[in-house]
Design a protein around this ligand. Structure first.
Ligand code: DC
Length: 222
């Protein structure tokens, strides 16, 4: 581990609590925070904004490569811009959640976003907590701490429902959590921990308990 920088990689399925936990850890340690899922979502927004047919593979890849992405690295202030539009709220809409797997399952789109994520991680002066699906394995396999955070499906659906409130019905909720995880895991394995990655089951942990467990791993790695 480098003396002056700390990189923490957290992967997990949707609703596992990794975003809240990653933000809490970044705050506690004074690190930057990167939500890589927001980048996939912002590209999906740009693709829809440009009227790209999701089944037109070349057009989806071109829209991804063209997308000018800017993202907050402050765990206390979330914002995302794509091609000059603030899409912070728009990327959480069910229409984006239903389509984002199109981008996440094209290797060319992933390669483009992985490059951008690595550049962001490398440029963070004090270090960063980066979360997603392939951070521990592809984006930052050399991170100081690598963690897979999981939780039982019922808990993950309940957490997503609490986040989204009235915006979703039961079918949309199952689509956002179970169908999306099934589709997204065709290219990336985020259900079993790779070699050297610690598996933390957060089913019975509170958010604070999860944050404390991660901070203990960081201490152990120092
Ligand atoms: O974490 P999230 O639900 O905001 O992620 C949005 C989508 O992006 C999700 O369907 C999977 C995909 N994703 C990915 O494939 N790899 C990442 N590193 C992060 C997200």
């Amino acid at each position: 581990m480098s003396a002056d920088r700390l990189v923490i990689a957290i992967d997990g399925p949707s609703g596992s609590g990794k975003s809240s936990a990653a933000k809490g850890v970044a705050r506690a340690l004074g690190l930057a925070y990167l939500d890589t899922g927001a980048m996939y979502r912002a590209v999906t927004w740009a693709m829809q904004d440009a009227g790209v047919d999701p089944s037109d593979r070349d057009a989806v890849i071109a829209a991804t490569q063209r997308a000018e992405l800017e993202i907050s690295l402050d765990p206390d202030t979330a914002w995302v811009r794509v091609n000059g539009h603030d899409v912070t709220d728009a990327i959480r809409e069910p229409g984006i959640s239903a389509t984002v797997s199109v981008v996440a399952t094209l290797p060319e789109c992933r390669a483009d976003l992985v490059d951008r994520q690595r550049a962001i991680i490398d440029a963070a002066p004090a270090g960063i907590v980066a979360e997603g699906r392939d951070i521990t394995t592809v984006v930052a396999p050399d991170a100081d701490v690598r963690l897979l955070l999981t939780a039982d499906p019922e808990i993950r659906m309940a957490r997503r429902k609490a986040e989204l409130g009235e915006k979703v019905d039961a079918a949309q909720l199952a689509d956002q959590v179970l169908r999306r995880d099934a589709d997204d895991s065709t290219l990336v394995n985020f259900t079993t921990a790779a070699d050297g990655v610690t598996h933390l089951d957060g089913t019975y942990l509170t958010l604070e308990g999860t944050i404390q467990a991660i901070l203990a791993l960081v201490d152990a790695a120092r």
